[in-house]
Design a protein around this ligand. Structure first.
Ligand code: CO
Length: 299
């Protein structure tokens, strides 16, 4: 026992010695080590494993590369579940932390990160906190900025409302309702969904906003539909991609999908399986938020 203790303390003191010896060099690191400025962009989405969503991510990348010619663009998905599914299919996508670490190793000194989320909720703040951790790291990045999600300011709300309305199928008559399915969250930023309802109502009184995991709920939407005396409902995701929620919770055949519930309630439902990231006017808002973040990188 005492022998083992001696061995352990021997290892400990050796470790301590290594640490003490390396302290001066750690303190000196950075001296005469000024790296050339290298700016980059990192796009951070929640992610989706559905191949149908590829078109949305590709259109974002195309718009970003057009707005920032010559600036390298990297991707990350914040959902570990999605990354694991993709891994098994041989489609490896980095987490925000891994993407940043790789960029740091590649010598990037200034990185603007754009959140491709809808609201400034848990996912957005998680990414912001993660990537900000890379700022000021020894031999690492000098500056990291984060672009706002789709909905942030009053101006974003108005632009998003116009963008969504511009992409409602053209055969929709003004007497038909449009129900938007947002994600919803327990985070305080859920308030953006009832707020969206207010902004949509200013422009089109037959557009209703509901959420899967927050409020307004489907029951809230049903009450509004009833009061609106509508017979036909267009169902659209109020999410960046038409992924699992849109295809199953919204338009699925299960009895508790929104389509099934509203059909049972007597409405004719027309599901539209297009995420907001497939709307060029929505992508423009993210790109504008990225422009602000990129400007803040400075020199
Ligand atoms: Co979800």
């Amino acid at each position: 026992m005492s022998y083992r203790f001696g061995e352990k303390s021997g290892i400990l003191s050796a470790l301590l010695l290594i640490l003490l010896l390396s302290l001066p060099s750690m303190a000196l690191a950075g001296h005469g080590d000024s790296k050339p400025v290298k700016k980059g962009i990192m796009l951070a989405a929640f992610g989706s494993s559905m191949p149908e969503t590829k078109v949305a991510f590709e259109s974002i990348e195309k718009a970003v590369k057009k707005a920032f010619p010559g600036v390298p663009v990297r991707w990350s998905y914040s959902s570990s579940i999605i990354r694991r599914i993709l891994d098994k299919e041989g489609r490896v996508v980095d987490s925000p932390a891994t993407a940043m670490a790789k960029m740091m190793d590649e010598g990037f000194t200034h990185v603007a990160v754009q959140s491709l989320h809808t609201i400034p909720g848990e996912e957005y703040f998680g990414i912001a906190d993660t990537v900000k951790g890379f700022e000021g790291m020894p031999k690492g990045m000098k500056k990291v900025t984060v672009g706002k999600p789709l909905l942030y300011s009053d101006g974003d709300m108005r632009r998003t409302v116009a963008a969504v309305i511009a992409n409602i199928p053209k055969d929709r008559k003004s007497s038909d309702a449009v129900v938007l399915m947002g994600h919803g969250t327990h985070h305080g930023a859920n308030i953006y969904y009832p707020a969206s309802q207010y902004y949509f109502a200013q422009v089109d009184p037959k557009i209703f906003v509901g959420t899967v995991e927050g409020s307004p709920t489907l029951d809230d939407v049903k009450k509004q539909l009833k009061a609106s005396r509508t017979r036909k409902v267009y169902l659209m995701p109020y999410m960046s991609v038409a992924g699992d929620h849109a295809r199953n919770d919204m338009a699925g055949a299960e009895p508790d999908s929104w389509k099934s519930e509203l059909t049972k309630a007597g409405y004719t439902c027309v599901p539209v399986l297009k995420g907001t990231a497939e709307f060029p006017e929505v992508v423009d808002i993210w790109v504008d938020h990225l422009k602000v973040a990129f400007d803040h990188l400075g020199e």
